[in-house]
Design a protein around this ligand. Structure first.
Ligand code: WT7
Length: 652
């Protein structure tokens, strides 16, 4: 049985950055009483400015906002150069490869590697401030060098997760009009090489804005080299100077784009700018993970997601921490791999996703006990609500009932954590993200009235004042930015930021996130737009209509359930072949992460008379729930029973 409340470990709390709820409340009060003063003080204290800022927050063109306008800085300088004096021989990155190969990269090593990389991009590829550079890389240190090299010269990186297909990569390249792609010849997963370069080649066929491709030779795999376009990093880097001045960047110059799914249309290029993003990345590292000078911190995410950006690279390095980067699969060679790594590297903070915890629990319940995990102080989770059984195992077996579990709630658009426990202060309720961080005015609002809902009530998770690390725009689409984030909820007549998530107050202002309110599903902690999956399936010649919904999945959180109506209504000659063909299209259009867990070939979809698909009904059927809503208003109510029978049969 879980207890309701877990108090912070007093031994830990006494040295924590934020030591008590009194300290937390004081910070919250400071932010409430003088919002701009609160942020200005931290910006002055934490950032090594080239030129001080003039104004703190400019909301005159809301929802487009400016933070720390007039200031100049450089994120690579903040993450590397400013540590050289005091930490030059400290490990910045500890890399562990899939096959157990290790590398320790000191801050001085990082400085030279990033400077050389920056010089390469400038001198050999002509990359200038403001240019977009797509990074399609495995989890190797060169991915971090590439990000920081872009930041150093003011280029805007857009990382595309290595699991995305050539079509998904092509879309992102074209939308951002990137002129350079940085990739690798391959990487290792479960000791087998996997290839990235052929995907890049396919993404660049036909018209493309890309002029040059830089290939890191990690595996020495046989790859195609296109003369005049493809270059070896390993060759070019040899002649580069280790000195490259950091470009002075305005506070609001873009730092990176990261594409994420929405409820409609194509993925959105979420834009983060320089000063506000790096400030909050650094502050949340210090507050939420409570990393100390000699600690070793490990986040298991991939740099292709926002977690990898903020909490593998930018946050840890901005604060001068030691960050572990892992190339492999955490269940390989067995489900003891992460615990073996915790023991060997003496990891102090470990950050992962509930889906990973569920898999590690299922595959290796007793594995943690085989290793010395006494170095651990803080355990983190992110990406989806964590369920109580997984929480309990994580707390008791991994954290040995002495580590705080920080259930960090945030999203690509928030740049960093927004609702999370503080490990030395917040009494923790299992599977609850608890309280807004100081400085973040996160409130659950009633979407109709814009009023804050009461305790025990649910509503929309909103952030009612701008915050430094918030999304600054959707690349190339001002309207979509306004509509996607500021179109649904108004407070006191003013549009406020809506996350897309539902949430409920559970007493004392504690926030539990209940999941998306839109047509976005959460598969293994990653966002997947049902519209995107539907668009891919529709490319199959024989598909007339399709509707995709999420279905609870014991390991992934949610799985993808597709209802497909075929053009030929004689039924499918070979269902298995048809499912395969559709999944192949998904693989090509998006990637393996979007493959369907369930697919049924329905005679039609439940629609209103005006033609709107009733997804609620489809969600209920996918879950195996009884249909409680009124179906008499449907165009053809008999469809529901037919689909239900098919769904029951497909799961029987
Ligand atoms: C969506 C954001 C944040 C980095 C990884 C995913 C869900 C995230 C939690 C949590 C419940 C969570 C939300 C959010 N989510 N953290 N602690 N508890 N739900 O980033 O791909 O932008 O997805 O993940 O639904 O909106 P993302």
């Amino acid at each position: 049985m879980l207890k309701d409340i877990y108090q912070p470990n007093p031994e830990f709390a006494k040295d924590a950055t934020i030591k008590s709820m009194d300290e937390y409340n004081e910070l919250v009060k400071k932010a409430t009483d003088d919002y701009e003063g609160f942020w200005a003080d931290y910006a002055n204290e934490k950032i090594d400015w080239f030129k001080p800022f003039d104004t703190v927050l400019d909301e005159s063109n809301a929802p487009f906002v400016k933070w720390f306008d007039g200031g100049q800085l450089n994120v690579a300088h903040q993450c590397i150069d400013r540590h050289i004096e005091t930490r030059k021989n400290k490990a910045a990155i500890i890399f562990e490869g899939d096959r157990g190969d290790k590398q320790v990269i000191t801050y001085l090593d990082l400085y030279y590697n990033v400077n050389k990389f920056a010089n390469l991009l400038k001198e050999d590829f002509g990359v200038k401030k403001g240019d977009r550079v797509v990074i399609y890389m495995p989890m190797i240190p060169e991915a971090a060098y590439a990000m920081l090299a872009c930041a150093r010269i003011g280029a805007i990186h857009s990382i595309v997760f290595g699991g995305f297909s050539s079509e998904a990569l092509r879309d992102r390249i074209e939308d951002a009009e990137a002129k350079v792609v940085i990739t690798a010849d391959g990487a290792y997963r479960k000791t087998k090489p996997y290839m990235l370069k052929p995907v890049v080649d396919a993404a660049l066929t036909g018209d493309t804005p890309v002029k040059k491709v830089l290939v890191v030779e990690r595996n020495n795999e046989e790859v195609t080299w296109v003369a005049g376009r493809d270059y070896s990093y390993n060759e070019l880097i040899k002649s580069k100077s280790g000195k490259c001045d950091a470009e002075p960047m305005e506070s609001e110059d873009p730092l990176f784009l990261l594409y994420t799914s929405g409820s409609t249309g194509k993925p959105k290029g979420v834009q983060h700018n320089t000063a506000g993003y790096i400030l909050w990345a650094q502050m949340t590292m210090e507050w939420v993970f409570d990393v100390k000078e000699n600690d070793t911190y490990w986040c298991t995410a991939d740099v292709g997601w926002i977690t990898g950006h903020t909490y593998i690279v930018y946050g840890p390095l901005a604060m001068g921490a030691t960050t572990v980067m892992f190339e492999g699969v955490i269940t390989f060679p067995d489900a003891g791999r992460p615990w073996k790594m915790v023991e060997e590297h003496k990891i102090n903070q470990f950050y992962t996703a509930p889906t990973a915890i569920r898999v590690l629990h299922k595959m290796g319940e007793d594995e943690p006990a085989k290793y010395d995990l006494s170095s651990l102080k803080v355990l983190g989770t992110v990406g989806e609500p964590i369920d109580p059984p997984a929480w309990k195992w994580y707390y008791e077996e991994v954290g040995q009932s002495k580590c705080a579990i920080v259930d960090t709630y945030w999203q690509t658009e928030t740049g960093g954590h927004v609702v999370s426990p503080l490990p030395g202060a917040t009494p923790i309720k299992p599977a609850c993200a608890t309280l807004p961080l100081p400085g973040i005015i996160a409130e659950i609002l009633d979407p109709e009235t814009g009023e804050k809902v009461g305790e025990g009530e649910s509503g929309y998770m909103c952030i009612t004042r701008p915050w430094p690390s918030q999304i600054r725009g959707v690349w190339g689409d001002e309207e979509r930015y306004k509509k996607s984030y500021f179109g649904d909820v108004k407070k006191d007549g003013k549009p406020v930021y809506f996350t897309g998530d539902g949430a409920v107050y559970g007493g004392d202002g504690y926030i539990t996130i209940t999941g998306r309110t839109d047509d976005v599903i959460n598969v293994s902690g990653h966002r997947m737009g049902t519209a995107e999956v539907e668009a891919a399936i529709k490319k199959h010649d024989n598909v007339a209509e399709v509707a995709v919904v999420g279905k609870p999945h014991s390991l992934k959180g949610e799985g993808i359930f597709a209802y497909v109506v075929l053009k030929s209504d004689e039924g499918v000659a070979d269902e298995i072949e048809e499912v395969k063909a559709i999944n192949n299209i998904i693989k090509k259009e998006i990637g393996n992460i979007a493959l369907c867990d369930d697919m049924i070939f329905a005679p039609g979809l439940p629609k209103t008379r005006s033609g709107k698909i009733m997804r609620r009904i489809l969600r209920s059927i996918a879950k195996g729930e009884a249909i409680t809503q009124d179906i008499s208003t449907l165009e053809d109510p008999s469809i529901v029973a037919k689909i239900e029978a098919m769904a029951n049969c497909s799961t029987c």
